[in-house]
Design a protein around this ligand. Sequence first.
Ligand SMILES: O=C(O)C1=C[C@@H](OP(=O)(O)O)[C@@H](O)[C@H](O)C1
Ligand SMILES: C=C(OP(=O)(O)O)C(=O)O
Length: 452
Amino acid sequence: MPVSRYSVPQFNPYGDDSPVSHDEHWPAPRATAPIHAVLSLPGSKSLTNRELVLSALADAPSILRAPLHSRDSDLMVEALRSLGTTIEEVDGSGGFGPDLRITPAEELFGSTTIDCGLAGTVMRFLPPVAALALGPTTFDGDEGARRRPMATTISSLRDLGVDIGDDGRAALPFTVHGSGRIRGGSLTIDASSSSQFVSGLLLAAARFDEGLELRHHGDRLPSLPHIEMTLAAIRARGVRAVSNEPGSWSVEPGAIAGADVAIEPDLSNAAPFLAAAIVTGGSVAITGWPSSTTQVGADLAELLPLFGATVELEGDRLTVTAGDRIRGVSIDLSTGGELAPPLVALAALADEPSEITGIGHIRHHETDRLAALATEINNLGGEVTELPDGLAITPRPLHGGLWSSYADHRMATAGALIGLAVDGVLVEDIATTAKTLPQFPELWHGLLTAGA
Ligand SMILES: O=C(O)C1=C[C@@H](OP(=O)(O)O)[C@@H](O)[C@H](O)C1
Ligand SMILES: C=C(OP(=O)(O)O)C(=O)O
């Protein structure tokens, strides 16, 4: 499988030609004055990977403008190419790499192995696509990917009549023996550990003979806005896709249209940058902020004021300005669990205790994020306690030390955020930010030099 220019081994966060090892310890820059910066960010991972899948399943070519180019999106591109989709780079309309032209295959072919890396969107969105291909497709990924829940993807495809072998495994690696079609119909699944189980089925469902009536049965359903994002992306391609009642969705069978889609900036990746304003007593503005969006990162406009900040949206520029103190918060973050790492780091720097709950499912993200955040903040002198579905954070004076990233991009950026306020924080494996934002170290250094 070709290694793309954004893949981790070749990614150098320092901007020169020397190779960067995952073992290198990155001295997190310490802010000595309030940050005042304006920046723009690359495209959304969640939107890019949905649009890539829908484009591959469409009945005509598509163009993605300003898509994300990162490890997760490159893995998706390579996987779809290996199933027969043509994906070409064309002149870029954004500042972060080329646009993409996607020409669907006449017929998708398996007989391939897909490297999922650590990308939830690749491992949960592509098995249904592989079932629509002819021939076997083996899915595998990083060591950490083999620990992520896959049982619902596997059992749901089996319930739809797809052959996934039977070695008793409910995790990567596994092989989908695609027959080129899925009958579809009614299906009940347990998506309590990830909304991606729902999104993966819905994205392919218009290509099932009978479409899909999908129902969730389980004690909770995290990340609902991501399911709304999936439905909106499908509808924008001319397919009827609705949620009839909470926890139930239907997609009618039919052609998925080709489209010309502008990908919004990644608003979840905006979180550490906006939080940097609060940590340093300054202000940070992000340009290209959409006026309406399905991205859960838009909730930062309501979440950051809870920490005492002011948020203003003027045109396409969202500005966060620090208050005179960092307040503690009590938040249920079940809809936006991917925002937890930067918000927990912010809470560790507040002047009163916080509780962030509703996020038991983030134990199944890139790493067990509840354990990882508690361990790393406590190693620096903090007091964070794990709750069954969240964290209790009591701010303590923090000291420098090594911050482990656990191959988790959001752990690495949370360490950088703490390092702004604490001397001597060394972030292990900053290169892991290439999962969704290869430019992170460069943009972060840019924050500190802005206006200097
Ligand atoms: O569908 C998506 O693009 C995503 C869904 C969410 O997953 P979970 O439901 O597993 O939290 C989110 O946390 C992840 O970063 C991206
Ligand atoms: C949970 C995340 O990623 P994934 O898409 O791999 O699930 C994330 O980006 O925070």
